[in-house]
Design a protein around this ligand. Structure first.
Ligand code: 5MM
Length: 348
């Protein structure tokens, strides 16, 4: 394993001012996104949508350090035949690939899931490396049970251990292949749980994760962590302030993430666009931690562009303007330089 080479890639992925575009929606998930604008989930529409994103300037050059692709997308080309991987590389960004195969119920642990995809992963990673991927992503999904549920609460210690073990095995295989693993244990933000409960579960999850990474021989200098922020469930009556979200998230990360990790790139998890930006910004304004904090957003980077595009080529420029704007705002947030006033200013 060439730790220095892995570290160089990881450091570039979290370079201040930039972050990661999560464009790795599986066919089912992109179908839901396209359905929200009344567009059909076919190969042409999926290509046109992603081509629009990957051709957006200056977003791709200035604010996107890497793009997470899906298996179909890493093999796909733009309408003029240029491979997507080349479009991304020409913009100075790093192509990445989602390698997990989604979740399935975890046997013996009702209400919990396990992420699949370890079988044959060594061979798949070798192929993705040849196709140009220099980082990968694997997502574990952790759901917090309803606060009134006393029996069968989730997540359980066993459920967390199983998911984090898989993340460790995946990360070790990636590093063996010269690929930086993005390690994503996502605690879902739907539901009624309080911010305190999210705090506690995130702490337990990350603690168990770093034990597993250690036990699987993963070099922390060559990973990027992709966690949730510490927030209350969307349906919880009491919502924390942005200051509380930022302070709690920094606290949990300081308690659990070794300083050898170069960077942490948050998922947006269904937060509104501006909310995801301002929470990241607040953390970087507070500062005082050893790792870079940036974004690896899917919805929070794409949603406004998707609604501007509406599946119609006539709206290409409007969609690119929207994507440019969110990318620039998150770029500022990754340096703690964002403000609501700048966000409200429409880009030229
Ligand atoms: C972009 O969505 C990703 C893929 O989801 P599926 O495997 O369910 O199709 C997802 O893993 C995403 O990369 C992360 O959850 C972060 O995206 P958000 O939208 O939460 O920022």
């Amino acid at each position: 394993m060439d730790i220095q080479a892995l570290n160089k890639i990881a450091v570039k992925m979290v370079e201040p001012g930039t972050g990661i575009l999560a464009a790795d929606e599986s066919t089912g998930t992109i179908g839901k996104r396209l359905a929200s604008i009344g567009a059909e989930n076919n190969e042409d529409n999926r290509r046109d949508w992603r081509e629009m994103l990957f051709r957006t300037q200056p977003a791709m050059n200035d604010y996107i350090s890497g793009v997470i692709l899906f298996d179909e997308t890493i093999r796909q080309s733009a309408k003029d035949g240029t491979p997507f991987v080349k479009l991304i590389q020409d913009a100075g960004a790093i192509p990445g690939i989602k390698v997990d195969k989604g979740i399935t119920p975890l046997a013996g642990r009702p209400g919990e899931t396990i992420t699949q995809g370890l079988d044959g992963l060594r061979e798949r990673l070798a192929e993705y490396y040849e196709l140009g991927a220099r980082f990968a992503k694997w997502r574990a999904v952790i759901e917090i049970s309803h606060p009134d549920q006393y029996v069968g609460q989730t997540p359980t210690r066993g459920g967390l251990k199983a998911n984090n073990h898989a993340l460790g095995r995946y990360a070790a295989l990636c590093q063996e292949a010269g690929i930086v693993p993005i390690v994503e244990p996502e605690i879902l933000m739907g539901g009624y749980h309080s911010v305190e409960r999210c705090h506690e579960v995130t702490r337990k999850t990350l603690n168990s994760l770093f034990t597993e990474l250690y036990e699987q021989g993963v070099a922390l200098e060559g990973i990027v962590l992709k966690p949730n922020m510490v927030v209350a469930g969307k349906l919880c009556a009491e919502q924390p302030s942005r200051q509380e979200i930022a302070e709690r998230t920094i606290q949990v990360l300081k308690d659990t993430v070794p300083s050898a990790v170069p960077g942490i790139a948050f998922l947006s998890g269904g937060q509104a666009n501006e909310e995801a930006t301002r929470n990241l910004d607040m953390m970087n304004k507070i500062g005082g931690f050893p790792w870079k904090l940036t974004y690896s957003y899917g919805r929070a980077l794409q949603q406004s562009a998707l609604f501007a595009w509406k599946g119609d080529a006539a709206n290409y420029d409007a969609a690119q303007t929207a994507f440019n704007h969110r990318a620039r705002m998150n770029g500022l947030a990754s340096k703690g330089e964002w403000s609501a006033e700048i966000d409200d200013t429409v880009d030229a």
